[in-house]
Design a protein around this ligand. Structure first.
Ligand code: GDP
Ligand code: MG
Length: 598
């Protein structure tokens, strides 16, 4: 197809504003999918995505659309992940487009990720086309929201489409809008082939399948190709398009979107953001903007049952095939034995990985509280990065500890500002500015340590604002602060997996809270168990778990057998989620107790 008849666009929206639903309607209207095959939220292909109603991986679909002008257009819809942890993937997906539909829920208005996505789209020079969705809802305020959008990007409110993706009202106009307003691609058809990798997945038979936007030239299945950042060469297994299932084609030309099945065995060789070109006489310059994404949040993951270690290792290996941003290495803990230190892009990414390990690989895992990456400058002038409190060097060799700080944006109705401000200050945050979006809604700009963001900040923000506030953040800088390691000793033994790095001013308070929580969580043993929190050699808090007095079965007066059995079973079940630490049984929740200390 000639470039003048191609349109490449993305839908951007805050989570739940209706991106996937609108995509579904468009697929139906262009008959890309027969109605009977239509399944709600087709683009969200992973089960987990569909269940949680979030889009984790970007996907791309080719639709053929006969417009009112009588011409047929090839419209490529590139779906972007909706969550803050995947900002880099969003920006690569947007780079594959010339335009973006900005979908805003008529009952919610502009929210944190609406704006982040708008800025990302504007950075890529995209034509941003606002659409107000969910006008069928009784709480819809389409005029107000259209006005907010006019204020934001300048499109006159009366020209903004008002639709219901659910019922289909106005969706035909959206397709016309895309044809009219999204600029056609303008690549050089005669230049050496260049394509941007904006997403990928791993296929057992085809290797890494790169989702590509061809910028210049032409890709044919019989040529040999090369990735420009990793230099990996490959003979493609197949070239094709998403229709929406994978369909092989004879060529992908400038302006088109599709896939190249590379046959490569690891995602590390074919990363999002890289450029594919010909192995012989390829392009000289890669497409701009490639960077390697780095994990920000780290946690230890251990099998609940030590025997499951090989299964856990295999599962992580398989997950990584599909997720280049997931990193891990073996880790040994005195308390938890053999496991892995796993790095994630953010908290949400961590939750997803844990859930997939449990669900798709049927593993019982224990995850330690998340940590960030600290830089420790030693007195001898050398410095190291650590991503686990257990790696913290001895206090007397440390000159300075630095931690990552984030730029944070919170969108909220203004009546919650006071509560949010208190929370941010408590979490060592700093106020930067307050920006008024309209009479009622504000954007609060803060700076905050990431280590405080990852510990229940999001949940507390939601509860303070009754669910209305939304959050986005980006790395700002590393800063030094008075950070110390808080050790926890159970039965006089330090438990590495319970240690954490905290601000010295918070150490006493957190130590006390943690000790009293552990006292509640650790069941009585046959002997008395002291629990202590310490900074360096100084114990700052202690408690005693007194010894168990009676046998559980003693309660049954030796009578009822079925009741005895039930009790035994109950104990067995409870035990499964326990971990032997030295001579003491510690329940799984204890390792997460660090997450909810005020
Ligand atoms: P996404 O997170 O942006 O992909 O949002 P989804 O498409 O998953 O939609 C989130 C929820 O809003 C789902 O329950 C949809 O059924 C619902 N939804 C989407 N569009 C509309 C609409 O036009 N009207 C109504 N009432 N609900 C909608
Ligand atoms: Mg979605």
């Amino acid at each position: 197809m000639t470039q003048s008849h191609i349109r490449n666009f993305s839908i951007i929206a805050h989570v739940d504003h209706g991106k996937s639903t609108l995509a579904d309607r468009m697929l139906e209207m262009t008959q890309t999918v027969a109605d009977r095959k239509m399944q709600a939220q087709l683009l969200d292909s992973m089960d987990l995505e569909r269940e949680r109603g979030v889009t984790i991986k970007a996907s791309a679909v080719r639709m053929m659309y006969k417009a009112k002008d009588g011409e047929t257009y090839m419209i490529n819809l590139i779906d972007t992940p909706g969550h803050v942890d995947f900002t880099y993937e969003v920006s690569r997906a947007l780079q594959a487009c010339e335009g973006a539909l900005l979908v805003v829920d008529a009952s919610q208005g502009i929210e944190a990720q609406t704006l982040t996505n708008v800025y990302l789209a504007l950075e890529q020079d995209l034509e941003v086309l606002p659409v107000v969705n969910k006008i069928d809802l009784p709480a819809a305020q389409p005029d107000e929201v259209a006005q907010e959008l006019e204020n934001l990007i300048g499109t006159p409110a009366e020209e903004i489409l008002r639709i219901s993706a659910k019922s289909g009202i106005g969706v035909a106009d959206v397709l016309e809008l895309v044809v009219k307003e999204v600029p056609p691609p303008t690549g050089n058809e005669d230049a050496p082939a260049r394509a941007l990798v904006f997403d990928s997945h791993y296929d057992v038979y085809k290797g890494v399948v790169a989702y590509v936007r061809v910028v210049d030239g032409e890709f044919k299945p019989r040529d040999q190709f090369q990735l420009m950042a990793t230099h990996a060469k490959f003979d493609p297994v197949e070239i094709g398009v998403f229709n929406p299932v994978m369909v092989p084609v004879e060529s992908l030309k400038a302006g088109e979107v599709g896939y190249i099945a590379t046959g490569l065995k690891t995602m590390q060789e074919c990363r999002v953001g890289d450029t594919i070109t010909l192995a012989n006489k390829g392009a000289e310059k890669p497409l701009p903007g490639y960077k390697q994404v780095k994990p920000m949040v780290f946690a230890g993951i251990y099998p609940t049952d030590n025997d499951d270690y090989p299964e856990l290792r295999d599962a992580l290996e398989k997950l990584q095939l599909n997720d280049a941003s997931l990193v891990y290495e073996p880790e040994t803990s005195q308390a938890l034995n053999f496991g892995f230190r796993v790095g994630f892009l953010g908290l949400f990414h961590m939750e997803i990985v844990q859930e997939r390990l449990e669900r798709e690989y049927d593993l019982d895992i224990l995850a330690t509280a998340p940590s960030v990456k600290y830089e420790v400058i030693k007195k001898d002038g050398t410095s190291i990065f650590i991503d686990s409190p257990a790696q913290m060097p001895d206090e007397n060799v440390i000159a300075e500890v630095r931690e990552p700080w984030m730029k944070i944006q919170i969108y909220t109705p203004q009546n919650y500002i006071g509560g949010i401000m208190d929370l941010v200050i408590k979490k060592r945050g700093e106020v930067v500015t307050t920006e008024y979006l309209d009479a009622n809604r504000v954007i609060l700009h803060y700076l905050m340590p990431l280590s405080e963001v990852i510990v229940d900040f999001y949940d507390r923000l939601k509860s303070i604002s009754q669910g209305y506030a939304s959050l986005d953040y980006q790395l700002d800088d590393y800063r030094a602060d008075d950070l110390v390691k808080l050790d926890v000793l159970v039965n006089n033994e330090p438990i590495d997996a319970l240690a954490m790095i905290v601000h010295r001013d918070h150490a006493y308070h957190k130590g006390q809270k943690l000790v009293s929580k552990l006292k509640e969580l650790i069941p009585r043993q046959m002997f008395a168990v002291p629990v202590q929190a310490a900074v360096g050699k100084r114990v700052i808090s202690r408690a005693n778990i007194s010894a168990m007095r009676k046998d559980v079965l003693a309660k049954c007066y030796g009578g009822d057998i079925t009741r005895k059995k039930k009790l035994l079973e109950k104990q067995k079940k409870g035990k499964k989620r326990m971990k032997m630490v030295g001579a003491v049984e510690v329940p799984q929740e204890a390792f997460m107790a660090l997450l909810s200390l005020d």
